[in-house]
Design a protein around this ligand. Sequence first.
Ligand code: ATP
Ligand code: MG
Length: 650
Amino acid sequence: MSETLANLLQETRRFPPPADLAAAANVTADAYDSAAEDRLAFWARQAGRLDWSTEWDQILDWSNPPFAKWFVGGKLNVAYNCLDRHVAAGHGDRVAIHWEGEPGDTRTITYADLLAMTSQAANALTDLGVTAGDRVAIYLPMIPEAAVAMLACARIGATHSVVFGGFSADALTNRIQDASAKVVITADGGFRRGKPSALKPTVDEAVAKCPTIERVLVVRRTGQDVAWSDRDVWWHEAVETASTEHTAEAFDAEHPLFILYTSGTTAKPKGILHTTGGYLTQAAYTHHAVFDLKPESDVYWCTADIGWVTGHSYIVYGPLANGATQLMYEGTPDTPHKGRFWELVQKHKVTILYTAPTLIRTMMKWGDDIPRGHDLSSLRLLGSVGEPINPEAWIWYRENIGRGECPVVDTWWQTETGAIMISPLPGVTSTKPGSAMRPLPGISADVVDDQAQSVPDGGGGFLVLREPWPSMLRTIWGDDQRFVDTYWSRFEGLYFAGDGAKKDDDGDLWLLGRVDDVMLVSGHNISTTEVESALVSHPSVAEAAVVGATDPTTGQAIVAFTIPRGSVDTEGSAGEALIAELREHVSKTLGPIAKPRQILLVPELPKTRSGKIMRRLLRDVAENRSLGDVTTLQDSSVMDLISSGMRSGK
Ligand code: ATP
Ligand code: MG
């Protein structure tokens, strides 16, 4: 695989860190050296950022790989570290969350408020019979109670399983059953796209099939009518009347903190288990290092949903452990208009923005004028996560959102890794558009060939992790064997979770998407990511998804599904001319071998609820198969549109 994966895309642009940011950066280049010198001592120092009620006896127990134990014997409380200690240090009046509801209602919640709310919820959950070790499912919109519910579980040692509020009753049922949850925390509904969208009926349907559920705790958000049973309890009756005093008990460093199911981009979701001390250590350290967070002056905004791991580590646990002030937004980016995000950045003077390539490409499609109409001068740092970011989208983000000045940090990680693993350091790294650059200090990522040999600079292959890391998954819930088989069996002693990557001539890392997505065309391995990036580099293209379809002559042939930018004419012959031009453009950019056999212009792409392109469904379309598992698909009508375009040959 190595030679062909390596030699396609050429990217020579470089962006050094701004001098003022570098001069005051939280983390400087010596962090790499000190971590390389003694990795475990480095992580022990980072664990020292937290308050432990009992110090650990051993930093890492790796005597039974791949089952890791970090900070063995240590005890701490996660919610105490996110709340109480900031209040005790005199920061109770600092805003923790500036919350914006989609209809325009707002709330301002200080650290003292958040501590009081969390204590009430912890008392109420205890009254409902929840004790340490029980599982609690959380199925809520993006309201402050979502963070409060998670923190309250952490506070009493209950293991939460957050299920994205857009999922169906079946998806919720499966997740509740898999974890044998005892309580569900939900709401009557939430606001999406300008109207209330009900949640409680979905929970009622799911709970009917889940005998383990004893109580359903319901937040009133929209005020819509709900069916009610003896099992149900209103949040405002149970929680808001409870005592605001609650003493947090310390739990073992390896106490299960949460279960979270993966996005389901490649297959059926897996229940990933994260524990307490190592997870919080790495979430807090990476948030401090990668976002250069200054808790006294920054206003941080992560646009993820709390239902994804990004919401866990970079809305709740990392930022709150660091005492950050953040913005939390309930709704969609185009409600009531397509400038909503930029209006919020301007209003709250957001300094750090963390979002996903899918959103950046959507903003590109909507046009440059929309951000231009707002004052974005408060921004000083931009982050990206979720998929490879195409170089053109990276540049667009830096130019149009970051005024051509803000560093862009492309962060690679997974639900399984718990926290960021590969990313530039904003005060240190000269970034390259489209590259996640280097493993963070204390992380040993590498690219290997199919014999597990490290590839030289300039080579490509499989992205692996060589050493355990503090926030690593501990297992797949209830299925240790699947954990071993899924992540630790492809290469002896190495963690491998499906992504391909290459090292450029400087040794910097470029993520190439899933190795299952790599195409084999006339004997050449070509990554979908690179063909997509070539398409997106054409000024008429906002977004592209590429798959390999079986082909009688070339083995596999490249089929590209392409979304044109807003202003581009695609009717009739203009569309045909654009398609011809795009095929030529790819051929010129990457070489004739990468020229797509077929390009379809489409209005939308199939995405998971977390916004990732589901190439496996496009492969099903391109090869005329019936569609595989679609439970995590965002909008099923998209597939009908695409399939009919395919049949008509457009
Ligand atoms: P499933 O494992 O169920 O198929 P998923 O892998 O999409 O779902 P997540 O844990 O949400 O579930 O996503 C992690 C994956 O997202 C990574 O393995 C990688 O493929 C992709 N990814 C995340 N961040 C980046 C990034 N910065 N660059 C490239 N790819 C990324
Ligand atoms: Mg995955």
